[in-house]
Design a protein around this ligand. Sequence first.
Ligand code: GLY
Length: 564
Amino acid sequence: MKNILAIVGLLSLMACKSTIEEVSRGVIAEEAMVVAAHPLAAEVGLKILEKGGNAIDAAIATQLALAVVYPGAGNIGGGGFMVSRMANGEITALDYREKAPLKGSKNMYLDADGNAIPSASRRGHLASGVPGTVAGHAAAFDKYGSLPWAELVQPAIDLAAKGWALTPAEARGLNSNREAFLEFNTIRPDFFIAPENQPWAEGDTVKNQELASTLARIRDLGKDGFYKGITADLIVAEMERGNGIISLEDLASYEAIWRKPIQGNYKNYEFISMPPPSSGGIALAQMLHAVEDLPLKESGFHSMESIHAMVEAERRAYADRATHLGDADFYDVPLNHLLSKTYSQERMMSFDLNKASKSEDIKAGIFEVAESMETTHLSVVDAQGNAVSVTTTLNGGMGSKVFVGGAGFLLNNEMDDFSIKPGFPNMFGLVGGEANAIAPGKRMLSSMTPTILTKNGELFMVVGTPGGSTIITSVFQTILNVIEFDMGMQEAVNAPRFHHQWLPDVVRFERDGFDSLTLAQLRNIGHNMQPSGNMGRVDAILVLPDGKLEGGADLRGEDAARGF
Ligand code: GLY
């Protein structure tokens, strides 16, 4: 076995500021690393790397383990995106986003008077898009997998069948969803329902035999173990019991798609990120282009000037997102225009150093008070230098809240990422129009931003995060924390975040993370500053000048870096 130079578990599981300040240096590894949202999943990925599996193998095994131990976002009933850069420089973007079912339609979430019914796109059977995750894993494996497929799936089966100990946050998550699980399921999901008056607690062992059986079918039959046969029949039976619309045809016809990644430059760095149906890569490119020529470094980290400039870049990129972005297979996304550096820099000509701009074109979006962060990201680098950045999601926490009866996994509520009515905000307050309207077989617009950076042609960073609409701004700021503000990976991940998404016209900032003088200065020039809870859970890897890897596992969650 390879010499393990650094395996450091992150000590605190609480998202607590003093802890974040104490852990400013991440796990350091000599050769290879996985950073993911749950320690058990990161360990599964590490074992695959130690066995000689490559970064794609490790990413698949880690995602499947997350589907067991991190059910709020890790999934086989959702979808995601994988951006990879192989050691030989080959780059790819794999789209396994959910699709609208064939029986879906533009006005399916409107009542007879044309009013939006957001509850239907957010919870219950009608909220689910056709899942893409397993097709994504199979496609990634067919192209790049090196270990036998069964060895990548087996660790997740073992976790589900033998059980795993709940972390504090997982125990809280299951307890807080108890009522929703009882309300929205046609068959009671007993494996996650604690006995009455005896809530789950840290350390309790949970098993999910139904999920173990589903995963065993995936191990034995690959993609067909999910999209055909027993699992597909169970999904459709669940739909019929709950008045959902996903059909056998939807499942059998689902395909993951290899897409051309978004590529661009920021100074002497190149970024590689996800194209539509994610808005992530385009919006990230726009924001980086918008600030590239501004003196961020001289202004200083979290100075009024740097925050103001970055907020104005965010505002403009999100305004374009609302109008221009959707599934490019259905809508003509003006990619070249949006990605032109000149365009983003021209948009900043209205930027006034001493005054906030106003976002007042269309009806304002509305933030839910408790925004869900339940997407999940993982970053992997293997000993050969292959790098993988994966963001995957059920959308809201525990998705639609609906388990597929007899199959043990949750279905997504990704339909809410469509614009269910022009200008009507989704659960993240994001608005959209025709570009992101529902159509049968169309993929809903995402903010997921799995990203890889190179510097002078060499791997530099692997980065991404959950966080709904805040994903893109969290990735943007983490990158600039390293490049402009000279932070290491963990420090850049720890740094407090802010977010502007055009509508509503507010800057949200992580409460307690910003000094009061800077906040007052920003208010004075017209920004509507609003304190918020945590934003994002960035999991990232930085290649240090000596070639070692520094993991940044976000202490806002229970995330962990493991490496050797
Ligand atoms: N469901 C969150 C996103 O895809 O942006």
